[in-house]
Design a protein around this ligand. Structure first.
Ligand code: XUL
Ligand code: CO
Length: 437
C-alpha cells in the first residue's frame, strides 16, 4: 500500500465550528438532505489529469508541483505507482468517484499497439485499486488533443487517417471504461473546431463529427456498455471556435444528427463563463431538454478571460448550481467532478487536500442552502404566481392550442389592452436568497 500522504489520515466531518483545515465543515456524507444522503446527491469525483498529472506549468514557466512519488519519467512503472498514490489520495479524501483520459493514466507509446499495451498495464492497477477501495469510475475519456497528430482536430480533421486513429483510440478507451465499470463516457472535442474558416469546410467537419459519435454509439451497443454518453460544451480554447460551443449549440447538433437520445451534457462552470453564460443558464438549457447529465465543477477568475479551472469556493455559485440540479431531479449517472487544478503557487501535495476539501464543503453548503430555499417555498411560489395568467382564461387557451390569431384578436379587441404587468421583483428575490446564505 502506497504511503504518499503519511501524515494525513482520512478526512472527517467535524462540523461548522471546526478550525481543522483537514476536516469537512459541511460535507457530512451520511447526512440526509431532502430524499438522499449528501454522498448520493453530490457524487464527488476527482480528476486524474489535473490532480495527478498537472505540473503547474504555464506559458511563461515550467511546472512547480512537488510530487515526490513521481519520478518524472514516462514509464509504465511510474504510471502504476502514481495510480496507487491517486487511490490513496481519493480514499483519504473520501471521494467516491474519479475520471480520467486514457493518456493521463498511461504513457502514449510509439504506436497504437504500444499505447494500448501501456494502458492495459495501468488499467490492471486501477481495477485492483477500485476493488480495494470501492472507489468507482465516474467517466472515462480519450485525449484526442495533445498529440501533434490532432493539430487539425480528431473526428473533424481534414486528414481521414487521423479520424481513423481517433476512432481506434476511442474504441480502446470505451473498452477500458467498460472493463472498469464506468458510469459514463465523456466526449470533449478538444480540437474539434477551427482557427480560421479560410481553410475549413465546416459542414463536412460537422458531418464527420456526427459520423464519429454514431460509430461510438454503435460500438457501445456492440460491447454492451451501459454507461451514459456525455458531450461537454466549451466555446473556445484550444481552438478559436469549438463546435460544441455551449449547451444550446450541442443540443442543436445532437438533434440535427439524430444523436440526442444517446447523449446528455456534461456542463463545466468555467466553460459556461467562457461562452458568456452563467452555469445556471447552461443547466437550465440542458435541464429543459432532459439532457442534464453531469457537471465539471470549477470556476474561472473574473479578471482573467481564460479557462483557469479553479476550485469552486463561492457559496452563491454552488447554491445556484444545486438549486438547478435539485429542480431537474438531481444526478443519476453523473457527478460533481472537480475538473479543477491547484494554482501554480500551491505546489505542495497538501494543497491538493485543501483544494478538494474546500470544493466539497462549498458544494455541501450549496446543497443545504438550496434545500432550505426549496423547503421555504417562497422562491418557487413567486415564480408560480408570476405565470399565473397562463393557468386559466386566455393563457390556458393558448397553451392548450385552442386559441389562434383570430381568437386572440377577438379577445384583445374586447379587452382593449393587456392587463398591467406585475413587478419582476429581482432585488426582493436577491435579498431572499441572501436570507439563506
Ligand atoms: C477541458 C476540459 C476537459 C474535459 C475532458 O477544458 O474540461 O478536461 O473535461 O476532456
Ligand atoms: Co471538463
Amino acid at each position: 500500500m502506497a504511503t504518499a500522504f503519511k501524515n494525513i489520515s482520512g478526512i472527517k466531518y467535524e462540523g461548522p465550528k471546526s478550525k481543522n483545515p483537514l476536516a469537512f465543515k459541511h460535507y457530512n456524507p451520511a447526512q440526509r438532505v431532502e430524499n438522499k444522503t449528501m454522498r448520493d446527491h453530490l457524487r464527488f469525483s476527482v480528476v486524474y489529469w489535473h490532480t495527478f498529472r498537472g505540473a503547474g506549468s504555464d506559458p511563461f514557466g515550467v511546472g512547480t508541483a512537488l510530487r515526490p512519488w513521481d519520478d518524472g519519467s514516462n514509464s509504465v512503472p511510474n504510471a502504476q505507482r502514481r495510480a496507487r498514490v491517486a487511490f490513496e489520495f481519493m480514499e483519504k479524501l473520501g471521494a467516491p468517484f474519479y475520471a480520467f483520459h486514457d493518456r493521463d493514466v498511461a504513457p502514449e507509446g510509439g504506436n497504437l499497439r504500444e499505447s494500448n499495451r501501456n494502458l492495459d498495464a495501468v488499467v490492471r492497477v486501477l481495477k485492483e485499486e477500485q476493488k480495494r477501495t470501492g472507489i468507482r469510475l465516474l467517466w472515462g475519456t480519450a485525449n484526442l488533443f495533445s498529440n501533434p497528430r490532432f493539430a487539425h482536430g480528431a473526428a473533424t480533421s481534414c486528414n481521414a487517417d487521423v479520424f481513423a486513429f481517433a476512432a481506434a483510440q476511442v474504441k480502446k478507451a470505451l473498452e477500458v471504461t467498460h472493463e472498469l465499470g464506468g458510469a459514463g463516457y465523456t466526449f470533449w472535442g478538444g480540437r474539434e473546431g477551427y482557427s480560421t474558416l479560410l481553410n475549413t469546410d465546416m459542414k463536412r467537419e460537422l458531418d464527420h463529427l456526427a459520423r464519429f459519435l454514431h460509430l461510438a454509439v454503435d460500438y457501445k451497443k456492440q460491447i454492451g456498455f451501459q454507461g451514459q454518453f456525455y458531450i461537454e460544451p466549451k466555446p473556445k480554447e484550444p481552438t478559436k471556435h469549438q463546435y460544441d460551443s455551449d449547451a444550446a449549440a450541442c443540443l442543436n447538433f445532437l438533434r440535427e444528427y439524430d444523436l440526442l437520445p444517446h447523449f446528455k451534457l456534461n456542463l463545466e462552470t468555467n466553460h459556461a463563463t467562457l461562452a458568456g453564460h452563467t452555469m445556471q443558464h447552461e443547466m437550465e438549457v440542458a435541464g429543459a431538454a432532459g439532457a442534464l447529465g453531469s457537471i465539471d465543477a470549477n470556476t474561472g477568475d473574473e479578471l482573467l478571460g481564460w479557462d483557469t479551472d479553479q476550485f469552486p469556493t463561492s457559496i452563491y455559485l454552488t447554491t445556484h448550481t444545486m438549486l438547478a440540479l435539485l429542480k431537474y431531479g438531481g444526478l443519476s449517472t453523473g457527478g460533481v467532478n472537480f475538473d479543477a487544478k491547484v494554482r501554480r503557487e500551491s505546489f505542495e501535495p497538501i494543497d491538493l487536500f485543501h483544494a478538494h476539501i474546500g470544493g466539497m464543503d462549498a458544494f455541501a453548503r450549496g446543497l443545504k442552502i438550496a434545500a432550505a430555499i426549496r423547503k421555504d417555498g417562497r422562491l418557487a411560489e413567486f415564480v408560480k404566481q408570476r405565470y399565473a395568467s397562463w393557468d386559466s382564461g386566455i393563457g390556458a387557451e393558448i397553451e392548450s392550442g385552442r386559441a389562434g390569431f383570430n381568437e386572440l384578436e377577438t379577445y384583445m379587441l374586447k379587452e382593449g389592452d393587456a392587463a398591467r404587468n406585475a413587478s419582476g421583483r429581482q432585488e426582493f428575490l436577491e435579498n431572499l436568497i441572501n436570507e439563506f446564505i
